[in-house]
Unconditional design. Sequence first.
Length: 124
Amino acid sequence: MNQPGQLKILFVCGRNNRRSPTAERIFQNDSRMSVRSAGIADTSKRRLTREDLVWADLILVMERKYVGRIKIAFHDMDILAPIETLDIGDHYRFMQRELIEELKPAVDSALEQYWLEREGESIP
């Protein structure tokens, strides 16, 4: 559930099998944010929707190629949220310790950058 003042973060990977659901799971109780995850592929467990893009304050994709795929798939839509790349490769299992160890600092860095780019807003 989104609480007032929480940043709404959408994690996106290819099929919503391993990386983005892991990110959603490990950050689901983080008081700084409300999270969702989705995949861009037709075969995704949970496929990215227009509603997801409208909902998000920040979109974090696992690999740079997903930025273009999102823009192509939703070419008729103005995507309001910034899209940042975490550069997390697709060689992990769901909830694998090494994936979690890579995700945490990457997400923290993306959050810090997000707030730094918004002059006049403080980091929660």
